[in-house]
Design a protein around this ligand. Structure first.
Ligand code: MGD
Ligand code: MGD
Ligand code: SF4
Ligand code: MO
Length: 694
């Protein structure tokens, strides 16, 4: 028996991008472990990916191309050859493109974050075709926009310093479930005496383990950050020297913050005045003592109307107290833009048809957009949809409308997948894709600073192929002859990072494949001496770019679309706020079909405060219907004080087909967009809950 260890990378949409060691015995992947040498992975994987072989060798893996034989959504398919699949796709796309290529839309997100299987050959293909662009907003674009107006780029505190912080605010994130390797360092900081404070409407696994938990109303974080600014200014807990040298607009910020005394903030956020002042004093005083204060802010607080502004307000705080002076201070949202990716080479925008810039469709409003007719404002009706690395029928907001769009008989849908997901059920042609153990890839990350190489560990299962190869083959059938459509995965990977950029001068694909990972060359404390990548080079409390973009140039509070305070008449009918953050054992909808992980999560649950449950005659274990004007779904209630009164929590994202009513939480979410970044407002939702007759 031969046994080897192959260096690989976890491909999932998770900040940790772990380095993997795959043990291969006689061509079979026997085991997947964390690389003990890789500094952030430190030999540890989450439960999900330590079960990676269970997912890879799952009995339901798609192993050959299929075509639909039943109704759309019914999920009935018949095996066909690759030749038939590719010929059908090329001939349909040619016919549509001959009239207007913008009637063709790619739909993809981060099912894999590999630069090859997500960002390279597929983009080249759609650029050459002149297909509509997809605005990839479903996850991070609201906070990204707010952060970039303020700091300049998605760059922040390096995870590898978190253990040295003395105060850590976990603001709108649940790292035990979704950022384990940062959490390991936060635990180390705690052992060394750091204070941990969670800011979250829900007592998450993480909030339970922090010293303090501030359970504000969802969507009110922007106001809390303004309240902190108020107290820092009023009590002079500021770093005047840092403000003078490295920030822009302090005087205007001061006027704005003074409008937000702790009493007003407490009322807006549904918390006590002491919680507001206590938080601000601890933050300001710890920094004044010269100790590092770190904020880990995350995605929970962005998925509401004012999500972009909330992140912007939070991003102002470290500059006020000079926290950036320390490597362990500052704020981390995402560090993805630390990587000098060579998107020109990977995606080849130069292939776009001359003189025509295709329209852009927002992935977060795919429901409405699939149902639109041709019009001068919209452009052509969407006639073909190519889905890869995503499961929109389950993850996109206002699912009822999304499913209606996918059910259109005249829409030609191709889905590249590992499994027959809720989206795959609507495919005309369903193609089997390889998993990370079966293909080559190269990765950056958004929670650490290492370039990472993924070597294939095993041969593709069945007739499955990498996304790169599938698009290469369709390109050939379409008659695309540009040399870039013939490049191998290794050739593409070798161009992934710009060696002309000092951060990646040492990048070399052939050596990265052997070592598995290499850290970017970056300073330890990125903004210790200013150098913010904003137009002014400073942290912009006042942003002229925001003013140009029609936004308030100063930190502000933008209330939710749907809350008791902002929409009282809607709240009369639907009085409960609902959020649906990730379940620990799923990764969005990936892994929901892995039996051992689904068994751990059990079934779709709804966490509800005892007061709200009692008012509706609902007891622990009751089956309930959650509904609003957009739709409904069922879940089993857990009566718990983890959800604050007035809030219900449905950990997500379940496959619809595993629920008794074939629905999930996105039936009730809306297609309204955030204040900036054009992102969805998954956690800006009012619902009513009723007990179901047994
Ligand atoms: N296990 C697991 N890990 C994942 C994922 C997964 O599905 N499962 N998904 C991955 C992806 S795609 C992403 S984007 C990240 C997400 O990463 P995070 O944003 O860290 O997501 P969560 O871990 O759910 O943490 C969000 C927290 O925000 C809280 N929250 C909700 N609304 C508000 C609000 O208005 N204000 C505040 N302050 N808090 C609020 C929720 O209760 C929840 O505890 O995780 C990634 N990692
Ligand atoms: N209600 C609610 N909805 C949400 C969220 C929420 O918190 N609440 N979170 C939102 C967020 S943050 C995100 S990021 C989105 C995530 O939404 P998606 O990006 O759609 O993520 P997944 O549901 O994990 O689906 C990814 C799919 O890609 C497939 N895949 C993986 N690797 C490959 C590959 O190499 N090739 C091919 N062809 N396929 C592959 C997987 O099998 C999987 O089915 O969901 C959003 N939706
Ligand atoms: S999902 Fe995240 S924590 Fe789990 S192995 Fe992948 S990168 Fe690591
Ligand atoms: Mo996400």
């Amino acid at each position: 028996m031969t046994s080897t260890i192959v260096r690989a990378v976890c491909p999932h949409d998770c900040p940790d991008t772990c380095a993997l060691h795959v043990t291969v015995k006689d061509g079979i992947a026997a085991d997947v472990k964390g690389d003990p040498e890789h500094p952030t992975t430190a030999g540890v994987l989450c439960t999900k990916v330590s079960r990676y072989t269970e997912r890879t060798y799952h009995k339901d893996r798609l192993l050959f191309p299929q075509k639909r034989v039943g109704k759309k959504g019914e999920g009935k398919f018949e095996r066909i050859s690759w030749d038939e699949a590719l010929d059908t796709i090329a001939s349909r796309l040619k016919t549509i493109a001959a009239k207007d290529p913008e009637a063709i839309l790619p739909y993809s997100y981060a099912g894999t974050m590999g630069l090859l299987q997500s960002d390279s050959m597929p983009h080249r293909f759609f650029n050459k075709l002149g297909a509509s662009f997809l605005d990839r907003t479903i996850c991070a674009s609201a906070g990204g926009a707010g952060y970039k107006y303020t700091i300049g780029a998605k760059v922040g505190t390096d995870t590898e310093h978190a253990q040295d912080a003395k105060l850590i605010l976990i603001w709108g994130g649940n790292p035990i479930a979704s950022n384990l390797h940062l959490w390991m360092r936060v635990q180390e900081a705690k052992r060394k005496g750091a204070r941990l404070i969670a800011i979250d409407p829900y007592r998450s696994l993480t909030a339970e383990k922090c010293h303090q938990h501030i359970a504000l109303l969802p969507g009110t974080d922007g106001a809390l950050a303004l309240g902190i600014m108020h107290v820092l200014i009023a009590e002079d807990l500021l770093d005047h020297d840092y403000i003078a040298q490295y920030t822009l607009g302090f005087e205007q910020l001061k006027q704005r913050a003074l409008e937000w005394p702790p009493e007003r903030v407490a009322e807006t956020c549904g918390i006590t005045v002491a919680e507001v002042t206590g938080l601000a004093r601890e933050y300001g005083a710890t920094a004044k003592r010269g100790e590092p204060v770190m904020i880990r802010t995350n995605y929970g607080l962005q998925r509401v109307r004012g999500g972009g502004m909330a992140v912007r307000n939070i991003a102002c705080l470290p500059a006020l107290v000079g926290a950036w002076r320390h490597a362990a201070g500052g704020v981390q949202l995402s560090v993805s833009e630390s990587f000098p990716k060579n998107l020109q080479a990977l995606q080849r925008p130069d292939l776009l048809p001359a003189g025509k810039y295709p329209r852009t469709i927002n992935m977060s409003t795919i429901g409405n957009d699939l149902l639109r007719e041709s019009s001068p404002e919209f452009g052509p009706q969407i006639q073909a949809l190519i889905v890869y690395n995503s499961n929109p029928v389950a993850v996109a907001p206002e699912s009822g409308v999304v499913a209606q769009g996918f059910a259109r008989e005249d829409l030609f849908t191709v889905v590249l997948e590992h499994f027959q997901t809720d989206t795959a059920d609507y495919a005309d042609i369903l193609l089997p894709a390889t998993t990370q153990l079966e293909h080559t890839d190269i990765h950056g990350a958004y929670g650490h600073l290492y370039m990472m190489a993924n070597n294939p560990a095993i041969a593709p299962l069945g007739e499955s192929k990498p996304n790169t190869e599938i698009f290469r083959l369709i390109a050939q059938r379409m008659g695309f002859t540009d040399p870039c459509f013939f490049e191998t995965d290794d050739e593409i990977a070798a161009q992934a990072f710009k060696t002309s950029d000092e951060r990646a001068v040492h990048f070399d694909w052939s050596s990265l494949k052997k070592t598995g990972w290499a850290k970017l060359k970056l300073p330890d404390a990125p903004f210790a001496h200013g150098n913010f990548p904003t137009p002014s080079g400073k942290c912009e409390f006042y942003s002229a770019r925001m003013q140009q973009d029609g936004l308030d140039p100063l930190p502000a509070y933008i209330p939710p679309y749907e809350s008791v305070a902002s929409n009282p008449s809607l709240a009369q009918r639907y009085p409960l706020a609902m959020i649906s953050p990730p379940a620990r054992n799923f990764l969005n909808t990936s892994f929901v079909n892995v039996q051992s992980l689904r068994d751990t999560e059990g079934e779709p649950h709804l966490d509800m405060h005892p007061v709200d449950a009692a008012a509706r005659g609902i007891a622990q274990g009751d089956q309930v219907r959650i509904f609003n004007d957009r739709g409904s779904f069922v879940a089993v209630v857990r009566v718990t004080e983890k959800a604050r009164a007035g809030l219900v929590v449905g950990l997500s994202i379940w496959w619809k087909k595993f629920a008794s009513d074939f629905k999930n939480v996105n039936e009730v979410t809306s297609q309204q967009l955030t204040d900036m970044g054009r992102a969805p407002t998954f956690y800006d939702v009012l619902v009513q809950v009723e007990k179901q007759a047994q």
